[in-house]
Design a protein around this ligand. Structure first.
Ligand code: NAP
Ligand code: MG
Length: 399
């Protein structure tokens, strides 16, 4: 078989621990035999981030902006314990995902990969629900204050022009706690654009929810910006037969529980934090969740939603067998290659990605899966719990 040729490199961001092992296996056994893979490789493994003083992370994010599509392996975000584990670290480097997001901008969309033998906790769900979380501001960039005597609290804005606006928050006779939060028009607008763009990519309906009946100015601004931006995407939505609709957060939750799934739900920062955990847990396994960062200009970074699976890595280092689920990592690759194919007009890359994903599903439906899924699976045939390698080999066989 002749290998599929690529024209533009994919930005490849390698990572840490068990996912780094899986990364190599997926490339060697599932991709390289079929694709003349062209990547610009960045080693985001912790030791190389340390050696380059994290410059490699910055370079990889800039490359993602230059070429438009990246695929990322999970990486360690060092904490105190990691500083002890890796004494050579000269600094407690920041989260690579945070650094990449701050350079690329954009919104993270998380989607479960569903199989019908893992029943979601919500019986009506038949298709995946994608959560888009606004990742700037609100309570995550708020200031708070506590006071313990009667008094009044004000919120004051001082403009550079000399403008000054003050509102009274409340007059109190008790101990009190206070919170000042903000958001930015540009950030909300980019969030809206990324959501509309991604709904078009996925050809799925888009919901956006907030609480503008109570928060008339603050949440009202989110609602208004979404409505304004939608005007630029309306024709494309009509052409694809998809809809945008706004509703209150409580109504969105009620509708979600009654729905069949198959749509994108855009959430404000806090709602997205909470709802993405609810959706991913209710669908089954973190190991079956993909994540893609989409910028308002249409650049993409694909990854698995889970971390580096440290516990499995230490078993692997001890020479024990592991049963780590590579599905989300494989889908990060297939998503990135499909997008590269779309942008470069190479249909063979898209077809390859479809075949790879089908081979994953064929393997799973044959009852061959890793331990995490086997624990959740309800099948009327015997289930084979495969090791990490056996599972990837079983997919390769079906390719
Ligand atoms: P984790 O790597 O997601 O793993 C937590 C647990 O979830 C595992 O111990 C395992 O449970 C299960 N699990 C996750 N992915 C799995 C898979 N593919 N197959 C089978 N089981 C899977 O989270 P963590 O242990 O909290 O974090 C480990 C490291 O990852 C940390 O250093 C963190 O900084 C990093 N991290 C990176 C990213 C990223 O790069 N995007 C995201 C999150 C965390 P059992 O042990 O019960 O089998
Ligand atoms: Mg959370």
């Amino acid at each position: 078989m002749e290998k599929i040729k690529m024209t533009t490199p994919l930005v490849e961001m390698d990572g840490d621990e068990m996912t780094r092992i899986i990364w190599q296996l997926v490339k060697d056994k599932l991709i390289l035999p079929y694709v003349d893979l062209k990547t610009e490789y960045y080693d985001l493994g912790l030791l190389n981030r340390n050696a380059t003083k994290d410059q490699v992370t910055i370079d990889s994010a800039n490359a993602a902006l230059k070429y438009g599509v990246a695929v990322k392996c999970a990486t360690i975000t060092p904490n105190k314990q990691r500083m002890e584990e890796y004494p050579e670290l000269t600094e407690q480097w920041k989260s690579p995902n945070g650094t990449i997001r701050s350079i690329m901008g954009g919104t993270v969309f998380r989607t479960p990969i569903t199989v019908d033998f893992v029943k979601p906790s919500v019986r009506s769900w038949k298709k995946p629900i994608t959560i888009a979380r606004h990742a700037y501001g609100d309570v995550y960039k708020a200031v708070d204050l506590e006071t313990d005597e009667p008094g009044e609290c004000f919120l004051t804005f001082k403009g550079e022009s000399g403008l000054e606006v003050t509102v009274s928050v409340a007059k109190v006779n008790d101990r009190a706690v206070w919170l000042g939060q903000h958001n930015l028009e540009g950030s909300i607008r980019n969030f809206a654009k990324a959501c509309f763009q991604y709904a078009i990519d996925l050809k799925q309906d888009l919901w956006f929810s907030s609480k503008d009946t109570i928060s008339k100015v603050y949440d009202g601004e989110f609602k208004a910006i979404f409505e304004e931006e939608f005007k630029n995407y309306k024709d494309k939505f009509e052409e694809l037969g998809i809809t945008y609709f706004y509703t209150l957060i409580d109504d969105a939750i009620a509708r979600t529980i009654r729905s069949e799934g198959g749509y994108i739900w855009a959430c404000k920062n806090y709602d997205g934090d909470v709802m993405s955990d609810m959706i991913s847990t209710a669908f089954g396994s973190l190991a079956m969740m993909t994540s893609v960062l989409v910028t308002p200009n249409g650049e993409y970074e694909y990854e698995a939603a889970h971390g580096t699976v440290t516990k499995h890595y230490y078993k692997h280092l001890n020479g024990e067998t592991t049963s780590t689920n590579p599905v989300a990592t494989i889908f990060a690759w297939s998503g990135a290659l499909r997008k590269r194919g779309e942008l470069d007009n190479i249909p063979a890359l898209g077809e390859f990605s479809d075949r790879l994903e089908k081979a994953v599903f064929d393997t799973l439906y044959a009852g061959i899966m890793t331990g995490d899924l086997a624990r959740l699976a309800e099948m009327d045939k015997p289930i084979t719990v495969a090791t990490t390698e056996e599972f990837i080999d079983a997919i390769a066989e079906r390719m």
